[in-house]
Ligand binder design. Structure first.
Ligand code: GUN
Length: 285
């Protein structure tokens, strides 16, 4: 028997319905939540991502502004735009799409975003709040993974969670969110000699590596929860994650849970960006 499917699309729709209600309530009170998205350069994948973010705002009653600039934009000019948006009372969240052209220092730009408007949760302030276990805006992808794990109805407290990957945007914040939920957390990465040694003991596995078949059937414990953050292509060009889905699902068995790619973490990422923008708007003076 395969594992139970964690349906990111259905969960995302459920959360987005609540986002729509909260946005309408704020709008009725004269405080429509607003997101500003800045895209610098002409990376086609980034253009698709930002379009989807702006469309998601429109679909759920959030105000949004998309600012597009050529890759020749100077760092000073970008910082000036961020400063203007920091001061704009109609904007509650600011997202500067990464990657930026090479002549712009991403940390300088992220650091210039007002802490209260850092809806990506990428700033040192937001990261520090998470490390300290204090409230704040959490990075959307790991935040969405936590929601997927919670949707199984199984408690995280006391569980052994293994995160594979240590990026600043997913692996590290994921480990901290699990720790905050009272899991015992192990972080594996490219320098870990035997990742399976850890994952075979895990109740929760989050794979965020960006390499397909990183997690295979022999690496999981029956009954575990597996969350697949990877976005890769197989030989046929089909979208796939970091987990060998069919074989791992069988190995987990009917007591286990697994998120698919596509349809797992992907739909949750923009949803949690909307949630963060709403949170920022609700907390704004
Ligand atoms: N580029 C790819 N994903 C993201 C994201 O979540 N936020 C930003 N700002 N840039 C990205």
């Amino acid at each position: 028997m395969p594992a139970q499917l964690i349906d990111g699309k259905a969960l995302s729709e459920h959360i987005r319905a609540d986002v729509g209600l909260r946005a309408a309530a704020l709008t009725a009170a004269g405080r429509q939540p607003g997101l500003a998205v800045i895209l610098v350069g002409d990376d086609p994948a980034s253009a698709v991502y930002v379009r989807n973010k702006v469309r998601a705002c429109a679909d759920h009653g959030l105000h949004s502004v998309l600012e597009q600039y050529p890759s020749s934009l100077t760092q000073d000019a970008l910082l000036a735009r961020v400063a203007a948006l920091n001061a704009d009372p109609q904007i509650h969240g600011i997202l500067v799409q990464m990657p930026l052209p090479r002549h712009i220092d991403p940390q300088a730009v992220i650091g210039a975003i007002a802490a209260a408007k850092d809806v990506d949760g990428f700033s040192l302030h937001s990261a520090g709040q998470l490390v300290a276990g204090l409230p704040g805006l959490r990075p959307a992808t790991p935040y969405g993974c936590m929601k997927l794990i919670e949707s199984t109805g199984l408690a995280v407290k006391g569980k052994h969670a293994v995160v594979i990957g240590r990026s600043n945007t997913v692996g590290k914040p994921m480990a901290l969110l699990l720790l905050q939920a009272n899991a015992t957390v192990t972080v594996c990465h490219s320098g870990t000699p035997d990742i399976g040694l850890h994952t075979r003991q895990a109740d929760i596995v989050v794979a965020a590596v960006g390499r397909r078949n990183t997690v295979t059937a022999g690496m999981v414990k029956p009954g575990a929860i597996v969350i697949d953050v990877g976005i890769n292509r197989n030989e046929e060009g089909k979208l796939c994650g970091d987990v060998d889905f069919a074989a791992v699902s069988e190995a987990l068995g009917e007591g286990g849970w697994i998120s698919p790619v596509p349809g797992g973490v992907g739909p949750m990422t923009i949803t949690m960006l909307l949630v963060n923008t709403l949170q920022a708007a609700e907390e704004a003076q």
